[in-house]
Structure formats: structure tokens, C-alpha cells
Design a protein around this ligand. Structure first.
Ligand SMILES: O=C[C@H](O)[C@H](O)[C@H](O)COP(=O)(O)O
Length: 234
């Protein structure tokens, strides 16, 4: 009997979540991101949790899920370097550049990714794009700077809005707000990331160019497509 072909987005997320287990060694502390795809990875990892010592988590939500599965969570300051960081993305392009932060976890995700030697991105095929910018770009900001940053994006042709939850600005794990920016085509992600990072009041921009993926496990109905971005210039 052959397994049914995965076709729904949830099935593709589960597929790549399981596939990411091949990228973790034994007896290590690993970095773990946030979101529905990573939740599939965590649930798969829970079946073999003795493989790892524990994890550095990128959000309160991930920490809760890891602990519920009995997986030990380390503070980022307790660990100097991580072998691997497993996380999803809202968009990923052919160079491994990503947009992240749809779940508002971008700042801690960037911190944990920076600690890891390897970033393994797990995503269903809907996340693959030629040019970043179709997904509204999340930017975590200090609230008092929000309106000025909105005007700076407007000058670039973008429309930025404060993300709301239950009618009020969403407050991140770090106590800050999120702007979602539409109308941008991010053709030079490293330059764009550096530029926005320089604006006063920006905590983190959701372009991951300096912490781009080394590998993407892309879920398709034909199976997992493995795309590697290693090479000169890394
Ligand atoms: O802040 C959230 C993260 O960047 C997620 O990795 C991203 O939003 C993808 O999430 P999902 O796997 O739920 O599509």
C-alpha cells in the first residue's frame, strides 16, 4: 500500500516538519523557530526527544509547545553556538533570502538564527517566490516611532499599517508593535535589510538576508524538494 499524496497545505507542512528531523544531530542543543510549520516539526521531534539535549526557542509560543512535549528549553545566553536552526518562512526566494514575522516572532527568530551555523527553512510550496514582497513585510518597531516609520515606508512606495489584535495594536513577546508593509518589491534584500535596520525605532525588519537559509525543505505534492544555498560568498 502506498501513502496518500500530500496535497493540502497542512499535509505539506507536516511532510517538511518530519523531513527536518534528518538535519539534527544527536546530543545537541538546537534552535527552533515559530509558526504552524515549525509546530509540525516540534510534534515530530517530540517522538524522538531523547535525540537532543534541548532547544533555544524563538518565542513564548514555541517555548510552551516544547515544554508541553517535555523538551528542555535553554536561554539563548546559556548557549554559545547552535549547530542548526529550524524555522519556517512567509516567503523564500531562489537565493535563500526570506520574509519572516507573520507570527510576530521575527526579532527572537533573527537572534536565534544568528547563533546557528546552519539555517534549515521548512516551508510548503506556496512560500516560494522569485522576488520578496508579495507577503506583507513585518517590521517590529518601538511604538513611539511607528508613525514616522510608516511615513518612511510611504516614501518608498509602501503602505505600512500597525498590526492589530482584538482591535488594539498587537504587542510582541518583546513588548513592541508590528508594522505590516505592502506594496514593496524587495529586489536587493541585503541592502534593504541594512537600510531599514538603520531607521531609528526599528527593532527588526522581517527580511532575513544576513541570516538567510542554508537549506530549504520545500513541501510539494511530489514530495520534499531540497534546495541548498551553500556556495561562494556565504
Ligand atoms: O513570526 C513567525 C515566523 O516568522 C514564521 O516562521 C512564519 O510566519 C511562517 O509561519 P507558518 O509556518 O505558520 O506559515
Amino acid at each position: 500500500m502506498t501513502a496518500a499524496t500530500p496535497t493540502t497545505q497542512d499535509e505539506l507542512k507536516a511532510l517538511v516538519g518530519r523531513a527536518a528531523l534528518d538535519y539534527i544531530g544527536h546530543g545537541r542543543i538546537i534552535g527552533i523557530g515559530t509558526g504552524s510549520t515549525v509546530n509540525c516539526f516540534i510534534d515530530a521531534l517530540a517522538q524522538q526527544r531523547e535525540r537532543i539535549i534541548g532547544a533555544v526557542s524563538s518565542s513564548e509560543a514555541t517555548t510552551q509547545r516544547l515544554r508541553a512535549h517535555g523538551i528542555r528549553v535553554f536561554d539563548a545566553n546559556e548557549v554559545e553556538e547552535l549547530e542548526v536552526y529550524i524555522d519556517g518562512a512567509d516567503e523564500i526566494d531562489p537565493r535563500g533570502f526570506m520574509i519572516k514575522g507573520g507570527g510576530a516572532a521575527l526579532t527572537r527568530e533573527k537572534i536565534v538564527a544568528a547563533q546557528a551555523r546552519r539555517f534549515v527553512c521548512i516551508a510548503d510550496q506556496s512560500k516560494w517566490v522569485e522576488v520578496l514582497g508579495r507577503f506583507p513585510l513585518p517590521v517590529e518597531v518601538i511604538p513611539m516611532a511607528a508613525q514616522r516609520i510608516i511615513r518612511q515606508f510611504a516614501a518608498l512606495g509602501g503602505t505600512a499599517r500597525v498590526r492589530l489584535r482584538d482591535g488594539a495594536p498587537l504587542v510582541t513577546d518583546n513588548g513592541q508593535h508590528i508594522l505590516d508593509v505592502t506594496g514593496l518589491a524587495i529586489t536587493d534584500p541585503p541592502a534593504f535589510e541594512s537600510m531599514v535596520n538603520d531607521w531609528p525605532g526599528v527593532v527588526t525588519v522581517g527580511v532575513f538576508a544576513h541570516q538567510r537559509a542554508h537549506v530549504c525543505l520545500l513541501g510539494t505534492p511530489e514530495g520534499v524538494r531540497t534546495i541548498t544555498f551553500d556556495g561562494p560568498g556565504r
